[in-house]
Design a protein around this ligand. Structure first.
Ligand code: 3EB
Length: 314
């Protein structure tokens, strides 16, 4: 259906029919380029809506957009806010035109996410523009908000967003250990982030998409500067989401040992210790990819997202 290509200097693949999101982040502990490939057995069609490249079967749509910040700057506009507004406007237009009205999972890669802005950090500007886009297009921002990740890429990179959308509603999950992100208090920015903690999809035998998850309890970051404790806390949050999913939807059964993980580390040097600690927590079978990336709060050193596939294909 689509791909994300992770690498700092690798040439983006130019595939005729398959959308490829080029994300300028370095994989850790493996080859210089990492490919995340979304597959299906069902027949696919491709389409382009504005700058959004899409490929879809009868249930699911994969899409991506790369939006340079300078290209949409009007006088007085903030370039990141303008790029975010432009990207989400095109995403919503693509989904409204094509009829995939449930945004299930969104990956947001924001240049210099922790760099200072007039108020707070650039992540706050991104949050404001994302929030206002959802409002402007009348898309659900609370209980039906998509699962998401938001990570930092190097200064000057384009805003890269890729996503999965569905024709049918998905079930969105929250984590009882955490305040819903869309209800974070204003100390984390004037507009709350727009995402749910996980999405459960019935399509293809059941899929669990866990949002980027960090060492946050309630709405506060915990274990500042302690990568080991942040790793354990993050996995506790993921375990809680898996338990929630299994309670709501007993089949298929998801487990920590059988997920596919993507781990973002603020400090590349922490890779060896996190890799061995995480392997002990998830066991030998889980697939884990590591990337070096800034996480959206300065005190967070790690963010982990995960996917559970209920069946081998679909
Ligand atoms: C958090 O829980 C950590 O802004 O889309 C995780 C997943 C985080 C998604 C987003 C942010 C986002 O608040 C950060």
């Amino acid at each position: 259906m689509g791909m994300a290509q992770f690498g700092r200097d690798s040439t983006p693949l130019d595939l005729d029919q398959v959308p490829v999101a080029a994300v300028p982040l370095s994989p850790l502990g493996g080859p210089e380029t990492l490919y995340e490939i979304w597959r299906t057995d069902a027949p696919l069609q491709s389409g382009q809506f504005g700058a959004v490249y899409c490929r879809y079967n009868d249930q699911l749509l994969f899409g991506c957009i790369s939006q340079p910040e300078q290209s949409v700057t009007a006088p007085g506009d903030n370039p990141l806010k303008a790029a975010t507004t432009a990207a989400y406007a095109q995403i919503f237009a693509a989904l409204e035109t094509s009829g995939y009205r449930q945004l299930v999972r969104v990956w947001n890669y924001v240049a210099g996410i922790n760099e200072p802005a007039a108020v707070g950090e650039r992540y706050w500007l991104f949050n404001s523009a994302r929030h206002e886009s959802f409002v402007a297009f009348d898309w659900p921002m609370h209980a039906a908000a998509p699962a998401a990740s938001a990570l930092g890429t190097p200064h000057g990179s384009p805003l890269v967003i890729y996503f999965l959308a569905s024709r049918c509603a998905a079930q969105m999950l929250e984590n009882p250990r955490q305040v819903s992100a869309y209800c974070y208090p204003a100390k984390h920015g004037p507009r709350s982030p727009t995402f749910s903690r996980a999405a459960l999809l019935a399509a293809g035998g059941g899929k669990l998409m866990i949002s980027g998850t960090a060492s946050i309890l309630g709405h506060e970051s915990v274990h500042a500067d302690d990568i080991n404790a942040q790793t354990v806390e993050t996995m506790e949050n993921i375990r809680t989401l898996i338990d929630t999913a299994n309670r709501l939807n007993p089949a298929p059964h998801f487990s920590v040992e059988a997920l596919i993980y993507k781990v973002y580390l603020r400090r590349a040097a922490t890779f060896p210790q996190v890799a061995s600690a995480l392997r002990k927590l998830v066991g030998p079978a889980a697939a884990i990819a590591f990337l070096a990336a800034d996480v959206c709060r300065r005190d967070l050193l790690i963010e982990i997202e995960a996917v559970g596939l209920g069946s081998a294909c679909g």
